[in-house]
Design a protein around this ligand. Structure first.
Ligand SMILES: [Zn+2]
Ligand SMILES: [Zn+2]
Length: 758
């Protein structure tokens, strides 16, 4: 018997070879019917023998192409008609935009083979791609995802490309960025003033210049990189000076996996990450010795490494014999990445010697993603290219909310149904370019997702740019969300939790409801609200923001709070080398309560300890002292732990650090090794936090613990605390898909706001 069925598929089903896949499956089963992209996803009608149609419906979600992600399939019965052919219909515009756009995808193995095949018509063509690979998110202007609505619209396909594009059996069927030497984008090499350099092979010429030590701006998928030979110390130093980046590590792009294994220790999970189509930067432990210039990642035992992900990258490596290139965002420190050719020449003047540009426009900037693996799990540090705009799937339906994130490592989040769409990394909202990028990201994401938010969530800090922007919007309901509440809610959301949890939110800075700077918080929280169960006792930050840049100030603050001015007589190296005059200025400030805001920050505690043990008095990037303090643990094996005092305070507790500092100063007096001291400090936090969790459980009967905030990017703390809590029988939830730091804040804000307005 013949039947006809209609099937609506939603999810990531456009631009990922989904329709050819459906076409092949239907022809294999000898079915007739139609396949069409709609703004909502893909609509299929199939007609044929009853069991063939049934088999089609069963197999459809089971044999998907690699990049497709199906979130819903709806099937209905239709009356049979005289259909005998199988056809793919042209896209329809209009109705609601629910189709999900795929992220940018690293060049696939099939395309790579053609790229290096002298007999192929795309031999060495730097923009080769197919439905399984290539740019997506960064070239899309609007949906449905069709060539006319991408930055490929201006390139008219040649007959050969058009034939591939029209053939449902071809790997390039409806590959929107499809192109070749004859019809597609081209590269050019420009000098520092933007004038073309005459050369037959701009990529080979670029490789030769990199080999000779030049700094080159290379246009990639989501923006420009600044590239330099990572094994050439002079080139790396030059790049550091020009970029005005003092100590923050650079990422390197390695030629291939074998090269990575020379520099770093790689295991199965990190190998899979390096080779994944998302191609993130993976943080890996360095091998010693290694050929990478020390200035790439000074003072730390990790390297951020990724593999080539565009055909252009592969051609660059084929043209030179460097094992790795520094590939850092094309910007001055903390500004957004440059994307347009002329913008790059203007903004990167003086940074790059030459520019390798091309004429396929990047419509949306998107930095590289950064991940780390620990205890068999992937942890996002910066969720951007390759992952965005795949939504975070939620455990419940939400109304449309726009959450604007925090100030540093900003991201925004838009919710719709069970999807939370987090933007790419926008960065630190401290300069005009970042504001513009922020506004552009809000506008673009709202546009391509067709979301009209009803609620606007923002951080309580009155001076954050994102807060001021939010409060200037009209005709929308506002919800201010406390920073650490948002962190805990973000962890809950990613783990699909409902109800109340014990939330540890540990980080550097967040505005508290009492106007003080919070950052070492234990909250009893659900999405609707929270109670502050415990926090570190307040400490003055002498000099305000200066105390964030100069950890030695926090060391003085803790010593003064715990020991009074008697600490000036301690026979420990930190005090002996202390500039007395400057220290006395701080003491006066703190005594008089001038320019010394109070903080319960866990990040500042790490800073104080790092300065006290002699690791670092000043930082040049966020969390540097804390990262180096963690690294200092090295191979030290020691179970001792510095004690924390948990002092009853209302219904909760104050975490007092005096006993910790007494023990630490004693160890410094006896000349203990830095690694050992760092380990004892970390162990002390683990024990103290575990005790707090147990005491909170006794009080509340809550058994679920969420760990969130930037401090949990510290793997020693994260893994040891998690193990300890497991041993106490807690259910422990951590971040994986969403960053634990401020990059994950917008998700939590969205959940809190959605629940507060219900
Ligand atoms: Zn491909
Ligand atoms: Zn062509």
């Amino acid at each position: 018997m013949e039947v006809r069925k209609g099937i609506e598929v939603s999810g990531i089903v456009q631009g990922v070879g989904f329709r050819p896949y459906v076409y092949r499956l239907a022809s294999e089963l000898k079915l007739a019917g139609t396949i069409a992209n709609t703004a909502a996803g893909v609509t299929i009608e199939v007609q044929g023998a009853n069991d063939a149609v049934a088999s089609f419906v069963t197999r459809l979600p089971q044999e998907l192409p690699p990049l497709a992600r199906v979130t819903a399939v709806e099937v209905c019965d239709l009356p049979c008609n005289g259909d005998h052919a199988l056809r793919i219909l042209p896209s329809r515009v209009g109705e609601e935009h629910r189709a999900l756009i795929s992220p940018d995808v690293a060049v696939c193995a099939d395309c790579l083979r053609e790229l290096f095949d002298p007999a192929d018509r795309r031999y060495h063509y730097p923009f080769i791609n197919c439905t399984n690979c290539g740019p997506r998110f960064t070239i899309v202007r609007d949906i449905p995802y069709d060539r006319a609505r991408t930055s490929m619209a201006s390139f008219r396909m040649c007959p050969a490309c058009q034939r591939e594009y029209d053939d449902p059996r071809n790997r390039r069927f409806h590959a929107q960025p499809n192109a070749c030497w004859d019809c597609g984008p081209q590269v050019e090499l420009w000098d520092e003033r933007g004038t073309g350099i005459s050369t037959l092979n701009p990529i080979a010429e670029t490789a030769a210049r990199l080999q000779a030590g030049a700094v080159v701006a290379v246009k990639g998928l989501g923006g420009f990189h600044l590239a330099a030979d990572a094994t050439n110390p002079a080139a790396v130093e030059r790049l550091r000076e020009r970029k005005r980046r003092v100590g923050k590590p650079f990422a390197i792009m390695a030629r291939d996996l074998a090269c990575v294994e020379q520099f770093c220790r790689v295991d199965d999970l990190t190998r899979a990450l390096l080779l994944s189509p998302e191609r993130p930067i993976v943080l890996l432990p360095k091998r010693q010795p290694n050929p990478i210039a020390e200035a790439v990642a000074p003072f730390i035992q990790e390297l951020g490494v990724f593999l080539p992900y565009t055909p252009l990258h592969h051609l660059l490596f084929a043209g030179g014999d460097f094992p790795a290139l520094v590939m850092t965002s094309g910007n001055l420190s903390e500004e957004p990445i440059a994307i347009e050719n002329l913008e790059a020449v203007a903004r990167l003047a003086g940074l790059a010697d030459v520019f390798l540009v091309h004429n396929r426009d990047i419509l949306l900037r998107c930095d590289d993603s950064v991940v780390r693996a620990s205890a068999g799990r992937v942890r996002q540090l910066r969720r951007s290219r390759g992952y965005v705009p795949v939504p975070v799937f939620l455990g419940e339906e939400l109304p449309p909310v726009l959450a604007v994130g925090g100030e540093l490592k900003n991201t925004i989040c838009l919710t719709k149904g069970r999807h939370a769409f987090m933007s790419q990394h926008i960065g630190d909202l401290e300069n005009l370019e970042s504001y513009r990028f922020f506004e552009e990201a809000v506008r673009h994401l709202k546009g391509i997702l067709q979301i009209a938010p009803e609620v606007l969530a923002y951080d309580l800090h009155p001076d954050y740019f994102s807060t001021r922007w939010a409060l200037a919007q009209t005709g929308i309901e506002w919800v201010g969300v406390q920073h650490h509440h948002a962190h805990v809610a973000s962890c809950m959301a990613e783990n699909h939790l409902e109800g109340k949890v014990i939330g540890f939110a540990l980080d550097g800075t967040g505005y508290g409801t009492d106007g003080h700077v919070w950052g070492g918080e234990v909250l009893l929280a659900d999405y609707r609200g929270f109670e502050r169960a415990a926090h570190f006792a307040y400490m003055p930050m002498p000099g305000g923001a200066a105390a964030i840049h100069e950890p030695w100030r926090m060391a003085v603050s803790y010593l003064w709070r715990h020991f009074g001015e008697a600490f000036l007589d301690f026979r420990i190296p930190f005090v002996e080398r202390l500039d007395r005059r400057r220290a006395e200025v701080l003491l006066r400030m703190m005594n008089q309560g001038v320019n010394s805001p109070l903080t319960s920050s866990c990040g500042r505690l790490f800073d104080a300890v790092a300065a006290l043990v002699g690791i670092r008095d000043r930082v040049t990037y966020e969390a540097q002292a804390a990262i180096e303090l963690e690294m200092a643990i090295g191979n030290s094996q020691d179970d001792a732990a510095y004690p924390l005092a948990l002092v009853p305070d209302g219904p909760g507790w104050l975490i007092e650090t005096r006993p910790l500092f007494e023990a630490l100063v004693e160890d410094l007096r006896h000349g203990h090794a830095t690694g050992e001291i760092s380990r004892r400090f970390h162990n002390g936090l683990v024990e103290g936090f575990a005790r707090l969790a147990v005491m909170s459980r006794e009080r509340t009967r809550l058994n679920r613990v969420c760990l969130s905030g930037g401090t949990f990017q510290n793997l020693y703390l994260l893994e040891h605390l998690r193990a300890r809590l497991d041993a106490h029988g807690f259910e422990v939830f951590t971040h994986a898909e969403v960053p634990a730091g401020d990059g994950g804040l917008s998700l939590g804000q969205a959940l809190v706001a959605a629940h507060c307005t219900r």
